[in-house]
Unconditional design. Structure first.
Length: 244
């Protein structure tokens, strides 16, 4: 399921795109939310970490290009949506995933899906892990690129990972910390199938080391080494289901 956020100052345009996706692509695309300006869009992106952002260019408060000023690293694809052809070159300069002229139709979305699927497949193929065996216990190790080479992570030794821009920091039960050359989202995809869980936009934990679930003003998870990890509201039910 591909997740998206829509940013457009015109209600009719937001509503049209939302209805088009929900009617024709409900099984392929999930809309986290829509925003009428860049500021609201940034809040949604930080909250939900979508795969794709549909971004209008010509908005009265500030142009859509201003969105890029709010992120050090862009971990999502941007599809510009506009009625103005003259912005195409600027969109290319901003590494746009695609550029759609309004009115957007079903075929436009189909092409976006095909393009995103192809890019994802190529990315997964190029970063597919070459699993190696651990001769001591027969379990595979996960190869992770660091600034100095490759670290082979033993899943049972993994405690949690924390996002650090386009990188992430891996914390292990022996207290060591390694900075790896992958975003948290890429790390999550790489380790799919293990007993790891994305608790928050900035954290992935090893469920085997959960000690306590704390619900006060905000939800937290306490690991066995007494490290508190934030748990987002939208992931609470899934976490409780997995941990039980």
């Amino acid at each position: 399921m591909i997740t998206v956020v829509i940013i457009d100052d015109e209600f009719n345009s937001r509503d049209y795109l939302k209805n088009l996706i929900e009617k024709c692509f409900n099984n392929q695309i999930h809309i986290f939310g829509s925003a009428q300006n860049v500021r609201q869009g940034v809040e949604l992106i930080n909250l939900y970490n979508p795969d794709i952002v549909f971004l209008d260019i010509e908005m009265p408060e500030e142009k859509g290009f201003k969105l890029f000023d709010n992120f050090d690293n862009i971990n999502f694809e941007v599809v510009f949506t506009t009625a103005h052809k003259q912005y195409a070159l600027n969109a290319i300069k901003n590494n746009a995933f695609d550029y759609l002229l309004k009115p957007i139709d079903k075929l436009d979305i189909i092409e976006i899906l095909k393009k995103y699927e192809k890019k994802t497949q190529e990315k997964n193929k190029s970063s597919a892990p070459l699993w190696i065996n651990n001769s001591q216990n027969g379990m595979p190790k996960i190869p992770l690129e660091t600034l100095y080479g490759i670290k082979y992570l033993e899943p049972f030794n993994f405690l949690y990972a924390k996002a650090d821009g386009s990188y992430c920091k891996i914390h292990t039960i022996d207290g060591k910390v390694d900075l790896i050359s992958k975003s948290l989202k890429e790390f999550e995809q790489l380790t799919e199938g293990y007993n790891f869980f994305r608790t928050h936009k900035s954290y992935v934990i090893n469920l085997d080391y959960v000690s306590e679930f704390i619900k006060k003003d905000v939800c937290h998870i306490l690991l066995k080494n007494n490290t508190p990890i934030p748990l987002s509201v939208r992931r609470k039910n899934e976490f409780l289901s997995k941990i039980s």
